[in-house]
Design a protein around this ligand. Structure first.
Ligand SMILES: *Cc1c(COP(=O)(O)O)cnc(C)c1O
Length: 388
């Protein structure tokens, strides 16, 4: 061991073992590596339409104030969220992406010796935040690629402080029945916080898997008709719902998300966050994005159309996929996915391998614009026919 490497030995043990999150490959990186010019990225569940006009205008209007610290309490954005969801501002925690909320809840409730329950194939950030604080991850086996709530409940003990559930789940896109989910939350002991990660909430529509019917609904009904977990907050002070502006709202680059919970749970999370964890541009853009119903509806419609188009393409190629309630879909290649992923990269198409999720034969595809979806299906057909 060289001298500089000795520093690893004194890091806390969870961090010594930690393997950081692998993000989707950035477009610039592939450009540098392969000298390609036309690249499409369908790898990180970003909004293919980009940010909305209202968010961009709000950013522009905020630029002259950048020398000042942002509002550390995010008053205006909390007010807007509280109005939208009929909750009190004291129930809201703003985060630097909803990922930060996941980290805050881990820091506030876990120590070594305590346990966290989540599902096989669940979002990769859950094991990371657990390990970083030295707590123990208990992984329940999945059922049909989704959460098996009974299996999860069986793993809950007096040592369990957190349960993470993503609904819809990333990367599988599976959606839980809301009655089952509420019964699960009700069955948890009050010594355990339930984190319900709804990063893809806006895409769920009327709760039917596959997103197909959304485009046919009157726009104002599309989001509202999704079963609303927020009503459960009144009954369950140990429930934390997390949502984000990164996906349907098209603001992933700004890093802003939020938690909704009882005021007491929000108070605990707000104690451990940094005083200025949300930057000024993000606060302004998120607030404006909430008023941009048109952009949200376009996003949902483009996603629903793209989902049918891509899954139809899979069918034509003889491929199976997991029906998804999100803005992405897992396709089953029935063979190791990495070589296919790499062949797609050489054609300028970035998708997401999911080997770290114990799904080595699947690729996760983010639904793009019609043009991107076409290019992707074309490239996939070429790769699979050996024309690489
Ligand atoms: C994308 C995603 C998030 C959060 O992303 P942020 O950009 O940090 O808000 C959280 N959970 C799941 C399941 C996701 O896929």
């Amino acid at each position: 061991m060289n001298n500089a490497d000795k520093i690893y030995k004194i890091a806390v043990s969870g961090v010594q073992q930690l393997i950081p999150y692998t993000p989707g490959k950035p477009i610039e990186e592939l450009e540098r590596e392969l000298g390609l010019t036309q690249i499409i990225k369908l790898a990180s569940n970003e909004n293919p339409l980009g940010p909305g006009k209202k968010a961009l205008a709000a950013i522009q209007a905020t630029l002259p104030d950048l020398a000042l610290y942002p509002d550390g309490n995010g008053f205006n954005l909390k007010r807007a969220l509280a109005d939208k969801y009929a909750v009190d501002t004291s129930q809201i925690t703003l985060g630097n992406g909803s990922n930060e909320i996941l980290e805050l809840v881990a820091r506030a409730f876990l120590t070594p010796g305590l346990e966290v329950v989540f599902s096989q194939h669940a979002f990769a950030v859950y094991p990371l935040v657990t390990q970083a604080v030295g707590a123990t991850a208990v992984v329940a086996p999945a059922l049909n690629y989704g959460h098996d709530l009974d299996a999860m409940l069986q793993q809950v003990t007096y040592k369990t402080r957190l349960v993470f559930i993503a609904n819809p789940n990333n990367p599988t896109g599976t959606l839980l029945n809301h009655a089952d989910l509420e019964a699960f939350i009700g069955a948890l002991p009050d010594t355990c916080v339930c984190v319900l990660d709804e990063a893809y909430y806006e895409f769920v529509g009327d709760g039917r898997i596959g997103s197909l019917p959304i485009a046919t609904l009157p726009p104002s009904l599309a989001v509202e008709s999704a079963d609303n977990s927020i009503a459960w907050l009144k009954k369950h002070p140990n429930l934390l719902i997390t949502r984000t502006f990164s996906k349907a709202y098209g603001l992933a680059g700004l890093r802003i998300g939020y938690g909704l919970s009882s005021p007491q749970l929000a108070d605990i999370l707000n104690r451990v966050r940094q005083p200025f964890n949300n930057n000024m541009l993000a606060l302004a853009a998120a607030e404006a994005a909430l008023t941009d119903a048109e952009h949200l509806q376009n996003t949902i419609a483009v996603n629903a159309q793209g989902m049918s188009f891509i899954t139809e393409g899979f069918k034509n190629l003889g491929l199976e996929w997991i029906p998804s309630a999100g803005n992405f879909v897992l396709v089953d290649l029935k063979q190791p996915a990495l070589p296919i992923y790499e062949a797609l990269l050489r054609k300028g198409v970035i998708v997401r391998p999911v080997g770290v999720y114990e799904l080595p034969n699947h690729l996760r595809i983010t639904i793009g614009t019609q043009e991107e979806n076409q290019l992707f299906l074309q490239a996939l057909a070429e790769v699979l026919s050996g024309n690489v």
